[in-house]
Design a binder for this molecule. Structure first.
Ligand code: TYD
Ligand code: MG
Length: 453
């Protein structure tokens, strides 16, 4: 009989220890260590997955790979995010909160991609539930196979029988390998299953899409370890109260990490959103105070996003600062700059800031739009609705330059905006005559107010 022993794993970061500890020395989480049983003989990472051959050294010049070997799926947003298609043998992990639409996304990609054979392995839902979802999506790829199984050994047998082009696992937390004794969902199981699947995928040259759950802190549940192992890590996010969903790349061995896919959740599945600015701008007829449009860039795509501010006299002693989709500390900083450099008495006001559409923006170019919306609400003067903003605001009130300003100007121009405010340092580098839109350069926040209204 194999000798078994126990080990303690941090459920947050995957660090291990021979004893229980209250605070994880590696990630600082409290009470995160859980005991897991492992069998000594079988846990060596050199164990071979059945059916794999011993690797032989190869000259790098003799290895063939070109981009047309990538598997292109019938979903432009998805393709772009993974880097123009899946790489054979590559493992992609897709994380996201429960209910955000991970299963829908991958099932839809499968149902849309005709002429490709998919094996959809589900440990969470029954075949009927999956059928129901497929019906809702309404697309029909006859080569999508559903397997409701959680034992890895038998999954691997089925992969060999069916020989799919793409494998989808929903979710990695439900699988278990018989090589390890601990229960499904534990760190050692997740790690073992992912590593076996990965070896097998590499051997057969099949791309694998793994769905992973997320803890309430927003990390991929348990396995940071998993993020190191897999080739690509994607994050599917969005505010559940809005229809928009964003697919982001956190890591990509085969492509850019700054790409972004945008979807809208409808009654019949996810719709690809090719032109995000159009949905993110509300179509208002009258000018209202407190609204400013920022020309931001997410990934490689320019997007015009609405920022909304409400400034009002603090009802209680301590003024409130509440933000959605924007860093509260950054808002506090911008308010302090306005107070110190322009003399606006915002310290005694409640300030609420909202990025429309449920997006979270960390592009510094949104700063000037935030400042503009705060000023607009504070003065109760609307900003002309054909005006937009793209600049960072520094601590001394200077308007700083940002990257790829020409792309932002072009997008604003295309969408019919008439004026864009940018930093004077950006202005020096562009040719204003090339655009129909009026470009207003600014050096400091002092000049801003006069030009704005
Ligand atoms: P799901 O893919 O099950 O989420 P996850 O796998 O990330 O947990 O999607 C769940 C939500 O999506 C659910 O609340 C219902 C909604 N939904 C739609 O709005 N339209 C649809 O066509 C489908 C299939 C789901
Ligand atoms: Mg699901």
């Amino acid at each position: 009989m194999a000798k078994s022993s126990t080990r303690y794993y941090c459920q947050q970061c995957g660090a291990q220890s021979s004893q229980w500890i209250g605070k994880c020395p590696s990630c600082g989480a409290w009470n995160s260590y859980i005991e897991e049983v492992i069998e000594k003989e079988k846990t060596t990472s050199h164990k071979k997955v059945p059916g794999t051959k011993k690797a032989q050294p190869q000259r790098i010049s003799e290895i063939v790979f070109n981009n047309d070997q990538r598997i292109v799926l019938a979903d432009q947003e998805f393709n772009r995010v993974v880097g123009n298609g899946l790489v054979p043998g590559g493992v992609t992990l897709i994380g996201g909160e429960p209910g955000i639409g991970k299963s829908t996304l991958l099932l839809q990609v499968a149902m849309n991609s005709h002429n490709k054979k998919f094996l959809y392995i589900s440990g969470e839902e029954s075949a009927r539930q999956i059928k129901l979802r497929a019906k809702r999506i309404g697309k029909n790829n006859p080569d999508v196979y559903v397997l409701t199984e959680t034992a890895l050994n038998s999954i691997i047998d089925h992969i060999r029988d069916i020989n799919p082009d793409i494998i989808i696992v929903d979710s990695i937390q439900t699988l278990y390998s018989e090589n390890i004794e601990s229960s499904a969902g534990s760190i050692s199981q997740i790690r073992e299953c992912a590593s076996e699947l990965q070896q097998y995928a590499k051997h057969l040259n099949i791309p694998v899409l793994l769905i992973g759950h997320i803890t309430k802190e927003g990390q991929l549940a348990g396995p940071k370890v998993l993020e190191h192992m897999v080739d690509t890590v994607l994050h599917f996010e969005g505010d559940r109260h809005y229809g928009y969903r964003i697919l982001r790349t956190l890591k990509n061995r085969y492509g850019s990490t700054s790409e972004l896919g945008i979807y809208e959740m409808n009654n019949d599945g996810l719709r690809e959103v090719a032109n995000p600015s159009e949905i993110l701008l509300s179509h208002r007829d009258e000018n209202l105070s407190g609204i400013a449009i920022a020309a931001t860039i997410e990934g490689l795509r320019p997007m015009l996003i609405e920022t909304q501010a409400l400034v009002s006299t603090a009802a209680y002693g301590t003024p409130q600062r509440t933000t959605t989709g924007f860093d509260t500390r950054r808002l506090n900083m911008l308010l302090a700059v306005l107070e110190k450099r322009n003399g606006f008495r915002l310290g005694v006001k409640d300030v609420f800031l909202n990025i429309a559409g449920g997006l979270t923006v960390d592009d510094p170019a949104i700063d000037m739009a935030v400042v503009a919306s705060v000023l607009s609400s504070n003065e109760d003067k609307p900003i002309d609705k054909f005006t937009c903003f793209a600049a960072e605001v520094g601590l001394s009130g200077e308007i700083r330059s940002i990257n790829r300003v020409d792309q932002r100007i072009k997008e604003a121009d295309k969408l019919g905006f008439k004026r864009i405010f940018i930093s004077k340092y950006n202005y020096q580098a562009i040719e204003p005559k090339h655009y129909d839109i009026e470009i207003i350069p600014l050096a400091s926040i002092n000049q801003f107010y006069d030009r704005l209204f």
